[in-house]
Write a protein that binds this ligand. Sequence first.
Ligand SMILES: Nc1ncnc2c1ncn2[C@@H]1O[C@H](COP(=O)(O)OP(=O)(O)OP(=O)(O)O)[C@@H](O)[C@H]1O
Length: 602
Amino acid sequence: MDTYDIFKKLSRGAKFKRKEKRNILLINSDADKLNKLPNTNIAENKLQEVKMEQVNENFEEHDQLAGYEITLLGNMKADETGKKSKKRKLANGKNDEQKRVLLEQEKVNHFRNLHNINVVGKNIPNPIISFDDIPIKQDLKDNIKTCGYYTPTPIQMQTIPTMMENRQVLACAPTGSGKTAAFLLPIIYQLQGPQKKGFRTVIVCPTRELAKQTQRECERLAEGRGLRIHVINKISKAVEQFGPNSSKKFDILVTTPNRLCYLLKQEPPISLENVEWLIIDEADKLFESGIHSFRKQLEQILVACNNGRRKIAMFSATHTPVIAKWCVHNMKGLVRITVGQRNAATDTVEQELLFVGSESGKLLAFRDLIRKGLTPPVLVFVQSKDRAQQLFSELIYDGINVDAIHADRTQTQRDNTVRCFREGKIWVLICTELMARGIDFKGVNLVINYDFPPSAISYVHRIGRAGRAGRKGKAITFFTIDDTVNLRSIAHIMKQSGCEVPAYMLTMKKQSKKEKKKMLSSAPLREDITTIPEYELQRRAKRRRRMQNDLQLKQRKIIERDEQILRRKKKIRDMMKFSKKTKKVSKRKDEFKKDNKSCKVK
Ligand SMILES: Nc1ncnc2c1ncn2[C@@H]1O[C@H](COP(=O)(O)OP(=O)(O)OP(=O)(O)O)[C@@H](O)[C@H]1O
């Protein structure tokens, strides 16, 4: 049987368009190899496999090339072509039951299409239309209502029934679209009530602020169920509280990878053997490579969660090919759920790029915005802790309630700042990348990227702090002549969300891989944020240096004086010892003399 025969046999009944030559050619080339196989049946089976692999590869390739923009329409078309042939069969006298199933499936596909839900995987549960569609008890339904959730968001529609069927999930949906409740509800439903087994669910988040927020949301949704939900506050206390010798009266742990790994390294370590759900929030952040990589810790956690029934669910608004590949290889029965376009900004935020010329122009532009009137709350992103502090020192005298949050502040200070911002006591919060992911400040009206974001992904998350849960928001990104390297990718994101962007930005030179890596590993050098004139700064620096020198001189003198005192004391001690010795010797001499005399007398 030659290649042509095999191909003819396999493609019986199928029509090929001329345009789709590429696939046929690929199959032919592989079929050539298979022709040499002795058994034709095996060859046919193999050819079928090759064909499937080829289709999958093409899918993957498309996935990567189009920046993971697999639209549901594409799926629908594939489904429809399949269904058309099925329908034809039905017309030829198949039973009503099959007809009903097909119609049902068509409805489901239409529903997913309507809500921009794209799914990849086998036997995926149907999405829910309302929270009443899931078999949860009345108390949980009441809690959902108390939270103000009346209809599920698209990510919740598909993720909740999928996780409730114990399927592992890789979910991607825009910022502020309700991913947290999408994973919390199935967990709370499955855990039912408290048990004495130790942690049964672990939720890993990249920052402590996000962990606390997730714990709060979990407590609200699980109200009245008696579940014990913990974040690790004091690490030393946690060793005893959650260690193997503890009461094991806890159910859900929300933590950062750092803290959990610390507990896993203790002797004896914390036990995660009863963990059934491992949720990884902001998954692409935890999968990032680089100096601040969480990847090793994630591996440790995965090893520690060694229960045979352990399932993983990953969530983020952005995903990279690395994470998708990892999930495909490590998560059995995986369901990939994507809402909208992957790595896209939320469409509820109006985006603007503002050219400010130079670094000093940023402060002028910012003050101009204040003058025109800012509607708080406002989040301002800068690239480093130092710059957050510098901007804070500048704005504190501008008559606005401003504060800064960054990793150099103590945990209590950070918690207080977040609380005050939520309560409206702080109007403008200056922050670093620390607050870019996951943090849900209700009603943030404006995000200002004072320093240009290091990547398009960072941009998506930063501006996603506004326009949450369907509300409107605005994002203004300052850029100078030095920020043009990254401008193109961000301009494309803006264009994708329907914002107006100057045409030249879209055709700028693409950022090379080297440049991308450099941007991510270290922030670009920028002039300090200050309005103090240069000569004044130099004068202050000189004075500071002089003061430091004086201080050093003083310290040296003190040290010298102390050493001198010590030397003297030692000398005195030595002299005392010597005099004691000489006294003893003379005493002995006297005694000897006395003895001698008495002998002579005798
Ligand atoms: N079904 C719902 N109806 C109305 N509001 C909801 C619903 N689900 C969640 N929300 C609200 O939407 C807001 C954003 O939710 P959440 O923080 O889970 O978003 P997210 O998708 O995780 O965002 P990010 O990607 O930034 O982490 C929250 O204030 C939450 O209370």
